[in-house]
Design a protein. Structure first.
Length: 381
């Protein structure tokens, strides 16, 4: 398209970074029916909707078990506690991710050990992680950042070499594939968030833990229900962390659309990549050949990130920075000794910008985003 024509379109359109209302409208009818049945039965905790989703999501991922929980952070806490993480343990986590990945380790009294990320993908740098293994290390939490799987094969090899477990933080990777297999069943456990902005999101908080180990799944389920084995009998000190039936109904409506939505995200990403191929100063992240990303975020890097974001905003394009501070430099982790030097994570925090990539974007809106990117590359403002 002629950039001048796209520029004319941009005068009439603004493009949000994300628009949940459009997703909600797509399932309005089926969801109303499900919610009406729930209201009639007053079946708000557990029940058929939750069971239906747990079985459907496990089948979708081709894993043996799924346990619905209240949110993605609880999923991490429950997974780590089910693996026995506690005081004196060290868990290796990437520094460039959302804080929950590391905070949940600290919450259980263990020490998050921050590793750097691969500059090309911003996923865990397994070579750097290997350098941080000590006799106190019990496991590794890898994050499928932005919907692109981390190097699962290398991570599993590292864990096997040192007798560690691997947990997949899959909060952004619903449906992503590594070596043709969906993520969520490679590690001992995988954790999921269904926050509204996720590829598979509900209309509030929600989460899940998946695994191929039924014994671990049963342990997670026990811990998520106050450690109860019967009415008022509690074998463990657990949490109250249940997937709400109203939110499970949303997920039951959205799961059948997920593969199609992810394919749409990839098509949008392909358009962005094609447009950026001849543009200087704005670089898209790499996607390894052995993975299939679900493009939870389409992330670019620029040494002039803040100027780029401001320029996009002036032309009506929303964007977001995920994440402006790496975890090893967060105030929450201060006082734990001198933070390590993690140059790739620190550079990423200065340079990343996430562009609109939700499935309901129109072609005209995508044109506006591309025009704004080309405009900045050509003018620097």
């Amino acid at each position: 398209m002629d950039p001048r024509a796209v520029g004319a379109v941009s005068e009439r359109l603004t493009v949000p970074a994300f628009d949940l209302a459009r997703a909600a409208r797509r399932i309005e009818g089926p969801l109303a029916d499900r919610w009406a049945r729930l209201l009639e039965r007053t079946a708000f905790v557990g029940g058929e909707e939750v069971q239906e989703f747990e079985e459907a999501f496990a089948s979708f991922l081709e894993v043996r078990a799924c346990v619905g929980v209240a949110n993605g952070t609880d999923a991490l806490v429950l997974a780590l506690e089910a693996l026995g993480v506690g005081p004196g343990d060290e868990v290796i986590v990437p520094s460039f991710t959302f804080i929950a990945t590391a905070a949940t380790v600290a919450w259980l009294g263990a020490v998050p050990v921050f590793a750097d990320v691969d500059p090309a993908t911003l996923n865990l740098d397994v070579t750097d992680a290997a350098r941080r293994v000590t006799p106190k290390t019990v496991g590794v939490v890898g994050v499928h950042l932005y919907g692109c799987p981390f190097d699962v094969r290398a991570s599993l090899e590292l864990c096997a070499e040192h007798d560690l477990w691997l947990v997949e933080d899959s909060a952004q990777a619903h449906g992503a594939r590594f070596e043709s297999r969906r993520v969520g069943g490679f590690g001992r456990l995988a954790t999921w968030s269904f926050y509204p902005s996720k590829n598979l999101g509900c209309f509030g908080d929600g989460g899940a833990v998946t695994t191929d180990d039924p014994e671990l799944a049963a342990r997670v389920r026990l811990l998520a229900n106050h450690g109860a084995t019967g009415r008022y009998r509690h074998e463990r000190v657990g949490l109250n962390s249940r997937l709400d039936a109203l939110q499970a109904a949303v997920l039951n409506c959205r799961l059948p659309l997920l593969d199609e939505d992810n394919a749409t995200r990839r098509r949008i990403a392909d358009r962005y990549r094609s447009a950026l191929a001849g543009v200087g100063g704005i670089d898209a992240l790499a996607e390894p050949v052995d993975v299939e990303s679900v493009v939870h975020q389409f992330t670019v890097r620029s040494e002039r990130r803040d100027a780029l974001q401001a320029s996009l905003a002036e032309r009506g394009v929303g964007s977001a920075v995920h994440y402006p501070t790496p975890l090893h430099l967060q105030p929450a982790f201060a006082g734990r000794g001198e933070p390590p030097a993690l140059p790739a994570a620190e550079a990423a925090a200065r340079e990343v910008l996430c562009l609109p990539v939700f499935p309901e974007l129109s072609d005209a809106e995508i044109d506006v985003v591309i025009s704004a990117l080309v405009h900045f590359a050509g003018t620097g403002e």
